[in-house]
Ligand binder design. Structure first.
Ligand SMILES: *Cc1c(COP(=O)(O)O)cnc(C)c1O
Length: 445
């Protein structure tokens, strides 16, 4: 019978004492050393293994890893523009500068002219009115929160009518029926999965009806025998009963991109124009920070922003600074298309992508290019595939290489694998990341 290695485990105290005396770990707090030592011993006890490099070397590695940040930048070579796992929209330079500028004291809730308290919403309200055409606007932490706030404000204790075809799950367990239940509103589902008519809403009206809700099907589409009530018709009909309509538009498209082949996503100014109260994200197609924007009639906004929940869902100075700077770019649409990275990546020119792919091909030995497609991501323009040029990196083990690139220091690289290939899509790689991308790939090959 072999001897149980667990009998030879060193004591925590001894490990910590030795690590504390190590000049390479000078300045590391005792709590970090103790936590890492306990974790190391617990793992050794579980798998019955003595670290091959020795206890102190293993402990040092763990301490270093514990001190490194985990929220770090990556190079996105996947071609998915609004990648939720990678932080969705990359911020415009102007937004980054604004964040830095307000990181100390600032006018978040201070009216300089009056010398007294101001409103944090004031920094974006008039910009949002201009770019959406809405009478009033407000901002909370994200679109899910905006929807929750609106339904709670308008409909708690009453009924909200929704088409059965729109009781969707957006992802990350955000489901419309559950949000409604949490907001205190009763869900009245009408119509069939594939077809809903205005008459269905009419029949569902009751003295307890408080509003109707429409939800954009952002991450799937229905084809075949289908029928939906146009938003404008629903707003007109509900208006005859003095009842508001909330429209969850999802991704916040402010500019018409149909001339670039991007269709099917509701344009926010058009949705606002119907008279609906429109909800959308700040970090999807709008291309700014995470935020939930509400744009619509003043009568609805005033009630929503006075709801005590709005206080619990309010964003901080970082978000307001980034959002204000991003919205300013939209005051000139041509500027927005160039300077909002999410938009610039979506409308990137075919020749430009081909050129960037060929630069990568030339600098990565053995690589070749092939035509392919990029995805918009973030549930925007569902099903749309954008033509691109992909770089095929030479490897017989794409999954292993993808893992090495993912875990590479200092800049992890996120790639795409499929059909036995490792692919790079230049669409989502910034020009100033090209060198690091090439170096990272060549070092891992
Ligand atoms: C993405 C999305 C949401 C959620 O937006 P968050 O800002 O992530 O909360 C809600 N509704 C629709 C239709 C969406 O596409």
């Amino acid at each position: 019978m072999s001897e149980d290695p667990r009998r030879h485990l060193p004591a925590v105290d001894r490990l910590v004492r030795e690590a504390a005396a190590d000049p390479e770990l000078a300045g590391v707090g005792r709590a970090v050393l103790v936590a890492s030592a306990r974790e190391l011993l617990a793992d050794a006890r579980t798998d019955g293994q003595v670290p091959t490099a020795g206890w102190q070397a293993e402990l040092k590695g763990r301490v270093r890893r514990a001190l490194e940040p985990t929220l770090v930048p990556v190079i996105n070579a996947s071609g998915v523009v609004l990648h939720t796992n990678l932080g969705r929209a990359p911020l415009p330079e102007a937004a980054v500068a604004a964040i830095e500028a307000v990181s100390g004291y600032n006018t978040l809730e201070y009216d300089l002219a009056a010398g007294r308290r101001g409103s944090r919403q004031a920094h974006v309200r008039s910009l949002l009115r201009q770019v959406t055409g809405a009478e009033d606007a407000g901002v909370v932490t994200n679109a899910a929160a905006a929807l929750y706030l609106l339904l709670n404000t308008l409909s708690a204790g009453g009924e909200t009518i929704v088409s059965r075809g729109e009781l969707v799950e957006i992802g990350g367990s955000f489901r419309i029926p559950e949000i409604l239940a949490r907001s205190g509103a009763s869900l009245i589902a009408v119509g069939a999965t594939n077809r809903t008519r205005l008459r269905d809403f009419e029949l569902a009206l009751s003295p307890r009806t408080r509003c109707a809700l429409q939800v954009h099907r952002s991450n799937f589409s229905q084809i075949g025998f289908t029928e939906d009530v146009p938003l404008a018709d629903l707003v007109t009909f509900m208006g005859t009963r003095d009842l508001p309509v909330v429209f969850d538009a999802g991704s916040g498209l402010l500019l018409d991109l149909s001339s670039y082949g991007l269709r099917g996503e509701p344009l926010i100014p058009s949705s606002v124009q119907t008279g609906a109260t429109v909800v959308f994200s700040g970090d999807k197609l709008l291309g700014g920070p995470q935020a939930g924007i509400i744009a619509g009639p003043h009568s609805v906004l005033a009630r929503a922003m006075e709801n005590p929940l709005a206080r619990a869902l309010r964003p901080d100075k970082i978000v307001f600074a980034a959002l204000e700077a991003t919205l300013r770019l939209y005051l000139d649409p041509a500027t927005a298309l160039r300077k909002v990275p999410a938009l610039a990546m979506l409308i990137a020119d075919k020749t430009e992508l081909e050129h960037r792919a060929s630069v990568l091909r030339e600098r990565i030995p053995g690589a070749h290019t092939e035509p392919g497609t990029s995805a918009v991501g973030g549930g925007a323009f569902a099903g749309t595939e954008l033509p691109t040029t992909l770089v095929v990196v030479p490897t017989d083990h794409p999954d292993d290489l993808a893992e090495r690139l993912r875990t590479a220091a200092p800049r992890p690289i996120i790639t795409r694998t499929g059909e036995g290939k490792l692919l790079l899509d230049p669409r989502t790689v910034r020009p100033d990341e090209m060198d690091a991308l090439v170096e990272g790939i060549n070092a891992s090959l």
